[in-house]
Design a protein around this ligand. Sequence first.
Ligand SMILES: NC(=O)c1ccc[n+]([C@@H]2O[C@H](COP(=O)([O-])OP(=O)(O)OC[C@H]3O[C@@H](n4cnc5c(N)ncnc54)[C@H](OP(=O)(O)O)[C@@H]3O)[C@@H](O)[C@H]2O)c1
Length: 342
Amino acid sequence: VKRVLIRKPGDHRVLEVVEEPTPAVAAGQVRVQVRASGVNFADCIVRMGYYEAAKGLYPMSPGFEFSGIVDAVGHGVRGLREGDAVFGLTRFGGYASEIVVPADQLWPLPAGWSHSDGAAFPAVFLTAYYGLHRAARVFKDETVLVHSAAGGAGAAFAQLARIHGCRVAGVVGSASKRAYAEACGSDPVIVRSEGQMWPELERFAPHGFDAIFDANGVTTLQEGYRRLRPGGRLVCYGFAEILTRGATGPGLRSLVNYLRVPTFSPLKLTGDNKGVLGFNVIYLFDQMALAREAIDQILGWIAEGRIRKAPVSEFKLEDAAAAHAALESGTTQGKLVLTSGG
Ligand SMILES: NC(=O)c1ccc[n+]([C@@H]2O[C@H](COP(=O)([O-])OP(=O)(O)OC[C@H]3O[C@@H](n4cnc5c(N)ncnc54)[C@H](OP(=O)(O)O)[C@@H]3O)[C@@H](O)[C@H]2O)c1
């Protein structure tokens, strides 16, 4: 098995490809020959050594999601056979050509989907599902704002919010992302670099937003909070802006940005009747029943043709560094995957 290993956190050079013996399969587990591994912004944070849940785990491999072919099935596993095409979730270790996971972290690959489509899907859709239905608990006809609406997670937020019957405004960093954000259901799509973001958002939602989904984490939180209507929820789920775009790790500017992350007083929240929430889906690995409920629901929408596949940029497993560089540039849209084998 080929695996991308991080011995010690750092820049792109720490993503080392190693060869290891094929992992054995225990009862309740399944081994999958991985064809594609999804790349998430969180993997870059893991590589840099700042991802809370990865602290103390090095040497380790990043990666939360993959798609491939079942290769071996452990004792007691029902419903999966050698040769089945599956996609799955893993608490790290997804950047590998073979992986062993508990059977309840796998689902059949939807008909007509490539392995790259399958690997590009579960983490961001689970994030969006959790953010919308467990954190913010949005209702039909509510007005929501999604930042980075052409990114992996943002596009999933917009799609699921629309399926739920919400009105969705999406913000993107550059005009080249507009068409994909529109295709995912954001209407209007506002291009941040054109400089009229808040006035345009106020025109769309003159009474304020019911929910805002923000993984920028620095410049937009305070302004977003101000544009919540009473009862509105600001959901923070990432802090990409702490890093400088294109940087392979935090520098002095990041420290400044870290210190600029706003705090919200409970006194003010109560007086304003507004909520500020944070969440991280990594903790769903301790609640797989909830993750399964979410993915099963989303698979239903896929079967009904209501979910648009992400445009996928493919990199070879050996080129994980190039994939990280692309994601850190802030210019990608849709998803990135690492391909292996096959
Ligand atoms: N809490 C959770 O459970 C959870 C789960 C999944 C993802 N996340 C978070 O959600 C965010 C998106 O993740 P993703 O994997 O789907 O990535 P992505 O959105 O596909 O790519 C990141 C996007 O963030 C924006 N961005 C803002 N500041 C940036 C910076 N300094 N460097 C690079 N990009 C920057 C850019 O879009 P625009 O310029 O268009 O805004 C960029 O395209 C990340 O912050 C990630 O940590 C959190």
